[in-house]
Write a protein that binds this ligand. Structure first.
Ligand code: NAD
Length: 498
């Protein structure tokens, strides 16, 4: 059986803790590999390695660092098909969707190729008599990323590409459920010319995460995962004096106004609600039709579409979506469907009974659709993270606007309308971090920033785009005066730029 170790000092090394976790192949339900779970000592060894390598990398001029990133982009494109298949077989999502996972990460590596420009500081000549001021951005040193199972290529690249381009060394702790692609990405960075020790992959669970949180040489942590863990990481990292940004779970609403193009909205809801079996932090999990007529017409169109979703293996090119990541994930989602029924929601389509012929042990679930969900229900308040769409009927626009605004989560939201005025008002007022107007999954492009609000994001800077350069650097500001500018004696009050 394949075994996955760690990637430390520029090569894969075996785990020594004696602890491992199973990596499943969700489409068959088989265990396909074992991944090593790092001990504190293994994490520490990776940090020491990174710390030793980092100063020389920081001293490498930014154009050379950018060239490594350019080569990495080329190598990922070369290996695109193999990476996508490996990803699909470990995660469960379909191969075309796995390609999207890789592509949206690679776009951030492309963004990081602009590092010579992105890291430029500021300069003011003559800020006072004979005084010039300038600022510079310097890397933090060793930084870490802790990432979730659902985007095993994209989110690691969102983290390590800008961090490394800035001159940091990076410790990646990917999800233990699908570590294969992160390990391959580290190999490709070495092939692209990255010095050994600058990108390390330490596989593991809570033990490795706690070691990262307490390590005195890790200066910053970028986390993505569920909200309770995001909050835990945020609090513990702060307690240890680390810079930290933590992105959590979601409950993304799509508002369907009476004037919306209903066919376009239904297409959007089906793709965004059920793509990747609903295991996306930007999946639409709540549809909010405005007015009874809109709601009735929407349900009439949605039901047959959900009933005819094509569930297939991860390597079936015609499948709409594949299996979920684990059997526990399937049981958890089924549990929420039971809860929804008990809470009084109308289960319009029930995906619980779905069986995949020839793959009876795989982690499959059909698409489910709830109508008449209300805001006091657990299936509305909590993240289900599966192929389940809940319809909450709103009587008017004000009620529809209030639903996502008052929800605990605030990752993404969308409005479907032909009315520019309503769309503009919605974008201005909704209390959510990322907004789509007739766009169901408004994941900002790499040179903008990604981040949710409320329980979906802890910390003040977003991922990728200009915020990522700020997050992975510290600013130093220099005020200088040369002897020819020194005219007066000692000053005892606070200096003013007179
Ligand atoms: P998770 O919180 O279970 O795990 C995320 C990471 O934390 C993993 O690396 C895992 O090993 C580690 N971890 C898990 N339990 C831990 C514990 N008790 N102590 C310390 N570390 C622990 O999340 P997941 O199931 O891998 O991913 C799905 C979640 O991620 C969903 O909630 C989804 O909405 C969220 N997500 C958010 C975004 C975003 O940008 N906001 C993006 C993708 C996924």
């Amino acid at each position: 059986m394949r075994s996955v170790g760690h990637f430390i000092g520029g090569k894969e090394v075996k785990g020594t803790s004696g602890r491992t976790a199973d990596i499943f192949e969700p489409m068959t339900g088989d265990v396909q590999a074992k991944v090593a779970l790092a001990s504190r000592a293994e994490l520490r060894a990776a940090v020491e390695n990174a710390k030793a390598a980092q100063p020389a990398w920081a001293a490498t001029n930014p154009q050379r660092r950018a060239r490594v990133m350019m080569k990495f982009v080329e190598l990922v494109q070369r290996d695109y098909d193999q990476l996508a298949e490996l990803l699909a077989r470990e995660h469960g999502k379909t191969v075309p969707d796995a390609k999207g996972d890789i592509q949206r990460g690679l776009e951030v590596a492309e963004f990081a190729c602009g590092i010579p420009h992105l890291m430029k500081g500021e300069y003011t000549e003559g800020a006072g008599p004979g005084i010039d001021i300038y600022s510079m951005r310097q890397p933090l040193g060793v930084v870490a990323g802790i990432t979730p199972f659902n985007f095993p290529a994209m989110i690691p690249m969102w983290k390590f590409a800008p961090a490394i381009a800035c001159g940091n060394a990076f410790i990646l702790k990917p999800s233990e459920r699908d570590p294969g692609v992160p390990m391959r990405l580290a190999e490709l960075m070495i092939e692209a010319g990255l010095p050994a020790g600058i990108l390390n992959v330490v596989n593991g669970d809570k033990e490795a995460v706690d070691a990262i949180l307490e390590d005195p040489d890790i200066m910053a942590i970028g986390f993505v995962g569920s909200s309770p863990i995001a909050q835990y990481i945020y609090e513990r990292a702060a307690a240890h004096g680390k810079r930290c940004q933590c992105f959590g779970g979601a409950k993304n609403h799509a508002i369907i106004m009476p004037d919306a193009d209903l066919d376009q909205a239904v297409d959007a809801l089906i793709g965004a609600g059920y793509g990747s079996a609903g295991e996306r932090c930007m999946a639409v999990s709540v549809a909010v039709p405005v007015g009874k007529t809109t709601a009735d017409r929407l349900m009439e169109k949605l039901i047959p579409r959900v009933e005819s979703l094509k569930i297939g293996t991860s390597i079936d090119p015609s499948a709409d979506f594949g299996p979920l990541v684990t059997r526990e994930a399937v049981e958890k989602v089924k549990g929420y469907i039971d809860i929804g029924i008990k809470e009084g929601a109308t289960l319009a389509v029930d995906g619980r009974g779905f069986k995949m012929q020839g793959y009876e042990n795989g982690f499959y679930l059909g698409g489910s659709l709830f109508d008449n969900v209300t805001k006091d229900m657990r299936i509305y308040k909590e993240e289900i993270f599966g192929p389940v769409l809940s319809v909450v009927r709103a009587k008017d626009y004000a009620e529809a606007l209030a639903l996502p605004s008052e929800h605990d989560y605030g990752n993404g939201v969308a409005i479907f309308t032909r009315d520019g005025d309503a769309a503009r008002d919605f974008a201005a007022k909704v209390n959510v971090g990322m907004v789509g107007i007739n766009v169901p999954i408004p994941v900002p492009i790499a040179y903008y920033t990604f981040g949710g609000w409320k329980k979906s994001g802890f910390g003040d800077l977003n991922q990728h785009g200009p915020d990522s350069i700020r997050f992975y650097t510290k600013t130093k500001t220099v005020t200088s005066r040369w002897p020819s500018g020194v005219k007066e004696g000692a000053e005892f009050s606070i200096p003013l730029m007179k």
